[in-house]
Design a binder for this molecule. Sequence first.
Ligand SMILES: [Zn+2]
Length: 321
Amino acid sequence: MISERQATVDNLVRKLWELMNEFDSEKTSLVSGQPLFLILCVLVLLLPCLHRDAKGQQKDRPENEPKVNENRVVILTFDDASASHYSIVRPLLLKYQFGATFFITEGWDFSSNKKDYLTWEQIRTMDRDGFEIGNHTRDHMGITEKTVSRLNDQLVGIEQRCEQYGIQKPVSFAWPGNAITPSAFPILKEHGILFARRGGAPEYPYEFGQGFPYEPGVDHPYLIPSAGDARPNWQLEDFIRAVEKSEEGRLAVLQFHGVPDTAHSWVSSPVDQFEAYLRYLALKKFKVIALRDADRYVNPHQWPEDPFAIIEKRKKELANQ
Ligand SMILES: [Zn+2]
C-alpha cells in the first residue's frame, strides 16, 4: 500500500527529474540561475518529507512492542554434554536468541567417544557464545551420604578443565541422576555455586518428567526443581504444561538431555519436537534465560530455614488430589 506521503515524495522526485532534463536540453547557463533556483526549491521541499517518512517508518516498527514478557521466565538446561548440544541445540538457540545452561560432565566414555559427546573446544565456543557452562561433576557421580566426601574432587575436575580452556568458572550445578543430599550444601558453597538444579522428584515420580516451578524464596537455591524433564515420548502439550507454570514470579526450569541423545535413548528429545518447543516459547514471548541469570529474580544467598519444607508441602498437596 502506497501512503499519501510516499505519493507526494514520488511526485516531487518526478518534478525534479523533469526540471533537470529541461536544464540539460536548453543548455541553460548557470549564470541565468533560474532552473538551478527551482531545483534548490524542490530539494528544500523534499527534505522534510523524506525526514518525516523515515520517522514514520520507525514509529510503525514492531520493535517498539515488548519482545518478551518479563513475567514469564523459562530457564533451559541441557545435561550430560551430548554432541547434539553443539550440532543441533546451539544453532537453534542462537536463532531464537535464547539463553541456556549446559551442564558438563566427563562421565561415561566422554574422553574417547566424540561421536556422542562434546569436545572441550565446542564447550569453549558455547561459553563464548554467551551460554552458561555448569558443573555436573567429572564422573556423573550420584551424590549420596556415601559419596559426598568425593564431591570436592568431582567439582574440581570440571573447574580445572574450564580454567584450562578459558571458560568462566561454573556457578550453577546439576545433581547427577537427580540424587540430592543436604550434606553437599557446604561443599557447593565453598566452590562458589549459586544455584543447583534437581529433577521433578521427590514430589513427582521420575517416570513422566513432571515437576514444580522454582518459587524464589521458597525453594532452596540448591534444590531448584525441574518443572519438566523432557522425555522421548513428550508431546507439545507436556512441554506447554511445564512452561505455563512460569507465572506469578515462578521460574519454569526445563531439563533436557541430547537432541537427540545418541548415548542415552531414554532421555532423548526428537529434533522436530524440540524445534516446536522453541517456536512455542518465541510465539508466546517467554523470556528464556540461563540458570545463573535467575539472580535477577532471586537472591541466591538467601536460604529458607528448612530446605525440605516446601517439598513436603507439595507432596501432601499431591497426595490429597
Ligand atoms: Zn546427568
